[in-house]
Design a protein around this ligand. Structure first.
Ligand code: M6R
Length: 369
């Protein structure tokens, strides 16, 4: 049941701190190492990997886009991320030294399953990141890393997504550890940060009343734009997808650096623009560029809603609303920055009188191609 919540989605959003903790449980060792005994691909095979594909659909694809930033940084293995429905029909270049990571909450998505079969035919190793135990995709893959989010009932994926992102971090760090590359030292440091994530998500959730209020004020909008850069870009795409599927509002996510190449033409007086700001403690230029983007859209009349780290006051002059998230390393930030976007979409849809858990035209798992 909904345990007192109006919607399963709200319940599942609130379950995220526990879901993230469960995904990490037993997988972070005492010496800051990653323990993934369940990934039954030999160390020798893992050391021989020369290329990684990450394949998924919808929200899971956004988790895959985040994975690319993390895995390439930690392992120096090239990563390509692709929609399952495109991958199969494109004649991708795969062989024995390719690792294909497929991500699927349900484990039953037909497009993703077909990609698994295609990859196996080409002799690639297939690792599934999956939530539903014993579902088809993990059964057909060489190895599986379960996300342990528990059953997700709402059509819109929330805890499924957050735990997929965390599982991708584990895969990236594990590969870095097995391969002993120069980023290995970083593994222990990142592990310490991963341990903080459940409490940090809890902290974000504790501040969500204001975000719900903000959501109510956006319910009559016809277009809402999302901007992000680096890992904030897939978060922007995810925020836009949530809003489309739940509130039926035209929403688009953009890479902030692309604004000037076209999309800024969409910004007019009062256009809501939601900006995911990178940590000011990460690469300074990255933070500064996004702050200038906020300034640019505001100068063209946008109503700016800014998701920024605690203490980041550089955004204040240009933000109509600031949503605060705790300080994390840049690569881990999506785990906290996505949460307010889920709440916003849910609240906007609810205010519009829509069925948040069962949006029109959608099914929880898409078992046709
Ligand atoms: O079960 P899967 O993770 O394979 O599902 C993939 C997509 O169908 C799914 O993420 C979809 O985009 C959700 N409705 C997003 O909220």
């Amino acid at each position: 049941g909904k345990a007192g919540y109006d919607w399963f989605m709200l319940k599942e959003i609130d379950e995220q701190p526990q879901a993230v903790a469960d995904t990490l449980l037993g997988r972070l060792g005492e010496r800051g190492e990653i323990v993934l005994d369940e990934v039954r691909i030999s160390d020798e095979d893992l050391r021989g990997i020369t290329k990684i594909f990450v394949i998924a659909c919808g929200t899971a694809y956004h988790a895959g886009l985040i994975a690319k930033y993390a895995i390439e940084h930690w392992t120096r293995i090239p990563v390509e991320v692709e929609l399952a429905s495109e991958f199969r029909y494109r004649d991708p270049v795969l062989d024995r030294s390719t690792l294909v990571v497929v991500i699927s909450q349900s484990g039953e998505t037909m497009d993703t399953l077909m990609a698994v079969r295609h990859a196996k035919e080409q002799q690639a190793r297939v690792l599934a990141i999956c939530n539903a135990n014993g579902s088809t995709i993990p059964r057909e893959s060489d190895a599986v890393l379960y996300t342990r989010a528990g059953p997700e009932v709402a059509v819109a994926s929330t805890k499924g997504f957050l735990t997929q992102v965390v599982a991708c971090y584990l895969v990236g760090l594990f590969l870095a550890q097995v391969r002993g590359l120069k980023y290995e030292d970083e593994v222990a440091a990142v592990v310490a940060e991963l341990r903080k994530l459940p409490d940090q998500v809890r902290e974000v959730l504790a501040g969500m009343d204001e975000v719900r209020e903000l959501g109510r004020s956006l319910a009559t909008e016809s277009t809402i734009l999302f901007l992000g850069r680096h890992v904030g870009y897939p978060v922007a795409l995810e925020g836009a997808l949530k809003l489309k599927e739940l509130a039926y509002i035209h929403a688009e996510g953009f890479a902030a650096g692309e604004l000037k190449h076209g999309s800024i033409a969409l910004v007019g007086a009062g256009t809501p623009v939601i900006v995911v700001v990178p940590s000011p403690h990460g690469r300074e230029s990255l933070h500064g560029k996004v702050v200038s983007n906020i300034q640019e859209v505001r100068a063209r009349g946008a109503r700016t809603i800014v998701i920024a780290e605690e203490g980041d006051d550089d955004v204040l002059p240009y933000a109509d609303h600031v949503i605060r998230v705790p300080r994390t390393p840049t690569l881990l930030a999506p785990v906290v920055t996505t949460v307010p976007l889920q709440i916003l979409a849910c609240e906007i849809a609810d205010t519009r009188g829509l069925d948040v858990d069962m949006p029109r035209n959608l099914a929880k798992s898409v078992t046709v191609e």
